[in-house]
Design a protein around this ligand. Sequence first.
Ligand SMILES: NC(=O)c1ccc[n+]([C@@H]2O[C@H](COP(=O)([O-])OP(=O)(O)OC[C@H]3O[C@@H](n4cnc5c(N)ncnc54)[C@H](O)[C@@H]3O)[C@@H](O)[C@H]2O)c1
Length: 260
Amino acid sequence: MSETYYKNKSILITGGAQGIGLGMAEAFARAKATVVITDQDEEAGQEALERLRAQDLQAVFIPCDVAQEAQVQNLLEKVGEKYPQLDVLINNAGISDPFQGALDELQLADFDRMLAVNLRGPLLCARYALPLLRKAAHPAILNITSTRAFMSEPDTFAYTASKGGLEALTHALAVSLAADRIRVNALAPGWIETGPWQKESGRYEPNHTKEDKAQHPAGRVGIPGDIAAAALFLCSNQAGFITGQHLVIDGGMTVKMIYN
Ligand SMILES: NC(=O)c1ccc[n+]([C@@H]2O[C@H](COP(=O)([O-])OP(=O)(O)OC[C@H]3O[C@@H](n4cnc5c(N)ncnc54)[C@H](O)[C@@H]3O)[C@@H](O)[C@H]2O)c1
């Protein structure tokens, strides 16, 4: 990818005000893309803009709850008023705490809300982004899933199902949008530390034990930059022959066999 590939390309990142989304917003802004951050947390959104500004980087913030169809429609209308096309949509917003209690205690409303944000949200964003994506030269959608789509800890029903669904939605979209030249891929992160990428009131310094690090063949827990580096590649035309795929980014955690 050339150093100027993302210049004049517009990128919409959902859940971009904190965590992995913010890390990707910083990386795309550094690559000279026109970054639009959307998030349901307006305070975090404003702080994200300040954080970017402090690094001499630019972005625009538009608030939106991706689970609400009318809000998503409104978001993409606003993006369309500002930019002639949308080059990249990154569906990153998610309820990221996977634990919702044991099966007999699980509140169905919580289960439904997680699916509405983590699975229906990406579908809605893709649908309303479609007219703008069609206008781009090399449009791409990237869905942020999770290694939990492929393996589980106990009591993570909704999160695991939502991410498994998003993996499947990725290939369904890739095949369905091929005629529009839109490539659709997924990144499946493992354990990514986001403490320093939270808004001030929720920010914390990471404190990983020797064991935390040792369960990763890479020898450490991940950071948002690890996901951003792959996102920059997958959303560029250098990845033009890659669609309907997922890339696991977990420092090798899920291929490590454990006998004790
Ligand atoms: N951090 C990890 O270890 C990890 C691992 C695997 C997958 N993921 C996935 O990566 C994505 C980002 O996770 P993170 O760890 O950075 O989380 P985070 O909580 O740090 O950030 C998520 C952002 O999404 C926003 N958001 C939540 N619900 C929203 C909604 N309905 N509409 C709009 N914005 C909303 C939040 O306000 C927040 O700013 C999520 O999809 C998560 O499931 C994270």
